[in-house]
Design a protein around this ligand. Structure first.
Ligand code: AHR
Length: 520
């Protein structure tokens, strides 16, 4: 909708509110219409999924410390991390990779831990992999935090037989030799395998394949994903690298019927150049603006991939699952370059929130995503240093956005001036909305401008409200982050800047802020 049409749609009542906010109009003024009368698709809770790979300190130390550790743990899982993940209702975890997956042989990770083979993690730092965290440890971890399970299989160096036997081990209620092996290893009942990924990045680290070759292999492997009657495992085909739309085209043309979802990987590189990614914490405003431009390209990616998928799957049966995304910075100085350990600032939080708004908008096609990664790797929720733990600004976005899990998406048409710096330009305000099963409407507003506050005036089409409350995540500087010495520098607070009068909602957003409002 153009600005002029929007003003028309906003009507006279709104004009009065705009006048009442006169001084703030010196800042960015944004108008919007929330189409409460045009509910869209359900926002799958799994859009809030997490990726946990055997990479650096993501699993070992981050999640698993072992039963004998001095770090407080339950059966080897660190208590602080488990509690923090439970608090944000992690809906699904993807494991064991990533590039690691296509070198992983599941039998290495079962049975008594002291008898498991030590391997070399050839993908990440060449470090020793003890296999202490294997199938049982992952499936039990997911159960512990209340998450669904997403296992990524090995196509690159595995076989359909190895994969089929893993699935039998995981899911079979029979007394086959393999199912009994699971029992002997301590798990009587089969687990629920919610999602199974057929390889990872098979155009790259997962085998350097062409799209045509992978499509044939996908069909071959997928034919052997056999789960017990009455159960369902979502089959995910390994999708494209960022803007390689021809991969999506080939795979959809050749295997749409054999899949339930196709994945997509997209990492935001602040500078757009993998060789000069830049520091997570030492950056200027140009890097802030450039990062947001790159992050918002997710909209283009989802839109164009969905359009290709529509050709082969107009009913939208097949999901587009963005199972790796996030900002990729340089590693923290002094840390192992193969461990991908980076800090996380207000910039990461704003980019994550604006990306989640994009996923909400495309809820009809995007059914699962997994931010990379859960702990200590890339754009992590949580950072640990031995027994210490810190929650990142990105974690707090996931906390603020919890009410959107399972809500019905409500379209929101935003007319926002641009935030411009140099050659970079993005809409100053990003928004999304949803109605939860209890009937409460939630509105997410993100101010991408690091300097100017924004007055957002929203007309509610088909709804009125009596009360509004909310929370805000902001900071005094763009590069504010939580450290082990100052863990609470960036943390949500109650938001007092919103008012509602009939069908007009007004919010005055601080600069560089993420706000989630609840309307009653
Ligand atoms: O998340 C880190 C790596 O990025 C994954 O292992 C791989 O799939 C991607 O290239």
């Amino acid at each position: 909708m153009k600005l002029i049409e929007l003003k028309h749609a906003l009507g006279a009542g709104l004009a009065a509110v705009l006048l009442a906010h006169g001084p703030a109009m010196a800042q960015t003024a944004v108008t919007a219409v929330l189409r409460a009368d045009q509910p869209g698709a359900r926002i799958a809770p799994e859009i809030y999924g997490q990726f946990a790979e055997h990479l650096g300190r993501g699993i070992y130390e981050g999640v698993w410390v072992g039963e004998d550790s001095k770090i407080p743990n339950t059966k080897g899982y660190r208590n602080d991390v488990v509690a923090a993940l439970k608090a944000i209702h992690v809906p699904v975890v993807r494991w064991p990779g990533g590039c690691f997956a296509d070198d992983y042989h599941w039998r290495d990770g079962i049975g008594p831990r002291d008898q498991r083979p030590t391997k070399v993690n050839v993908s990440w730092g060449g470090v020793e992999e003890s296999n202490a965290f294997g199938t049982h440890e992952f499936m039990d971890f997911a159960e512990l935090i209340g998450a669904k399970t997403y296992v990524a299989g090995n196509v690159g160096t595995g076989s359909p037989r190895e994969m089929a036997e893993w699935i039998e081990y995981l899911t079979s209620p029979t007394h086959s030799t393999i199912a009994n092996q699971r029992r002997a290893n301590g798990r009587k009942e089969p687990w629920k395998l919610d999602y199974f990924g057929v390889g990872n990045e098979n155009w790259g680290c997962g085998g350097d394949m062409t799209a045509a070759h992978y499509t044939d292999l996908y069909r071959n492997f997928a034919a052997f994903i056999r789960v017990p009657p009455g159960t369902k495992t979502v089959k995910i085909a390994g999708g494209a690298n960022s803007f390689d739309y021809s991969w999506t085209e080939t795979l959809m043309a050749g295997a749409a019927k054999q899949m339930d979802a196709i994945s997509l990987h997209y990492y935001t590189i602040p500078s757009g150049d993998w060789n000069k990614k830049g520091s997570a914490t030492q950056f200027d405003e140009q890097a802030w603006a450039d990062t947001l431009v790159q992050a918002l390209r997710m909209d283009e990616l989802v839109t164009k991939n969905s359009a290709i998928m529509d050709k082969y799957d107009p009913e939208k049966r097949v999901g587009l699952d963005v199972d790796e995304w996030g900002i990729w910075h340089d590693v923290e100085p002094g840390s192992n370059p193969g461990f991908l350990y980076q800090q996380n600032t207000m910039r990461d939080a704003v980019a994550a929130a604006a990306t989640l708004n994009i996923f909400h908008k495309h809820a009809d096609r995007v059914r699962l995503t997994a931010i990379a990664q859960m702990v200590n790797v890339l754009q992590a929720m949580i950072l640990t240093d031995k027994d210490k733990m810190v929650l990142t600004p990105t974690y707090w976005v996931y906390d603020l956005y919890k009410p959107f899990q399972g809500a019905t998406q409500l379209p929101i048409e935003v007319a926002s001036p641009a935030y411009v710096l140099g050659a970079s330009s993005v809409p100053a305000v990003s928004a999304s909305a949803g109605r939860d099963p209890a009937g409460v409407t939630h509105v997410a507003l993100v101010n991408l401008d690091p300097n100017r506050s924004a007055t957002v005036t929203i007309r509610l089409a088909g709804a009125t409200g009596k009360a509004v409350k909310g929370r805000v995540l902001t900071a005094s500087t763009m590069a504010a982050y939580n450290s082990f010495d100052a863990p609470d520098r960036v943390k949500p607070a109650d938001f007092k800047g919103a008012t509602i009068k009939g069908d007009v909602l007004t919010a005055v957003l601080p600069s560089k802020a993420v706000v989630v409002l609840d309307l009653n």
